[in-house]
Design a protein around this ligand. Structure first.
Ligand code: ADE
Ligand code: ZN
Length: 332
């Protein structure tokens, strides 16, 4: 059987629900922003940067990812970062996105919350008007930092709350259980925000349960370790809880040694609402199309499965029924 073609997958309308804007910083833009802001990078060339992107686990990656974000200083830098990602989306027929940003990565360096969110949301607005790409923005708390710091960030976001649809939880997972943030997530829900959380990427299936029960998430980010707990799989199917899975991320960070071992299609066949996403595409070797292509090549994903994965993303997205229906029509 021949694999589904790259052209077909690129043309397929797609939706991205798990994307860290800071993780879409390509080395070329990193150098441009370093020059613009007079920042010395520990690399001489773009090739050297790419060569450094070899990771054994999540923490290896996060150390480099936070270092890369230092070049982001001015509102225009956040605009340029976001716009470059959205142009890539346009080239891959990604019609709706719900990106994450990590305000603490910037506010801890003295960049104001306002600078960050204004740059990002101006690019999202322009993409809506000029590229026809709709979006909803998600603000993540860094789980290696304290609950108090998350509360402070939530407070800083309040004047801009209309620009945000949900709060999320990312960064180092091991030893940082979701329930550490139960109270700040409760406060976010009181403010009218939805919630999501990274869980079951490197951390145990138990963290998926607590993300659901304690943080009341509407989606679980990653969640691939759910297959270690059959009761959890049954619950995910019954409750239609979406998982935002990131195949290339999982192999780059050694959650799975080989794409052929990835469990996304197994979960799809079990009836779990799994979706395909790129996570940190500049670091993991591919955007949406490349993630779908990897599944076609290594797991013999069919066109029917690819369309089902996109349909799941439509169902899991944080948009009204009218936009969902319009996206279903675009999928055909
Ligand atoms: N921040 C950026 N990418 C991440 C990932 N894959 N897991 C946790 N935190 C992240
Ligand atoms: Zn992520």
């Amino acid at each position: 059987m021949t694999a589904v073609s790259k052209d077909w997958l690129n043309n397929l309308p797609k939706i991205e629900l798990h994307l860290h804007l800071e993780g879409s910083l390509e080395p070329e833009l990193m150098f441009e922003l370093a020059q613009r802001n007079n920042i010395q990078l520990p690399f001489e060339t773009v090739e050297q940067v790419r060569a450094a992107y070899e990771f054994n686990n999540l923490q290896d990656f996060l150390d480099i990812y936070y270092q890369g974000a230092n070049v982001l200083q001015q509102e225009q830098d956040f605009y340029d970062l976001t716009w470059a990602y959205l142009k890539k989306c346009q080239s891959q027929n990604v019609i709706h996105v719900e990106p994450f940003f990590d305000p603490q990565t910037h506010t801890d360096r003295g960049i104001s919350f306002e600078t960050v969110i204004n740059g990002i949301s101006r690019a999202l607005d322009d993409a809506h008007d000029q590229l026809g790409i709709s979006s909803q923005l998600i603000m993540c708390f860094l789980r290696h930092l304290s609950e108090e710091a998350a509360f402070e960030t939530l407070k800083q976001s309040e004047p801009f709350i209309k620009k945000i649809v949900a709060v999320g939880l990312d960064s180092s997972e091991q030893g940082q259980p979701p329930e550490k943030f139960s109270r700040v997530f409760a406060k976010a829900r009181e403010l009218g925000l939805l919630t999501v959380a990274h869980a079951g990427e490197e951390g145990p299936a138990e963290y998926i349960w607590t993300a659901i029960n304690d943080l009341k998430v509407s989606r679980v980010d990653h969640g691939v370790r759910a297959t270690e707990d059959s009761e959890l799989i049954s619950y995910l199917v019954k409750s239609k809880m979406p998982l935002t899975v990131c195949p290339l991320s999982n192999t780059k960070l050694r959650v799975f040694d080989n794409m052929s071992e990835h469990n996304i299609l197994l979960m799809l066949e079990q009836g779990v609402c799994v979706t395909v996403n790129s996570d940190d595409p500049a670091y993991f070797g591919g955007y949406m199309t490349e993630n779908f292509v990897a599944l076609a090549k290594s797991l013999d994903m069919t066109e029917i499965q690819a369309r089902l994965l996109v349909l799941n993303s439509i169902e899991a997205s944080f948009v009204d029924d009218e936009r969902k229906q319009a996206m279903r029509v675009m999928l055909g």
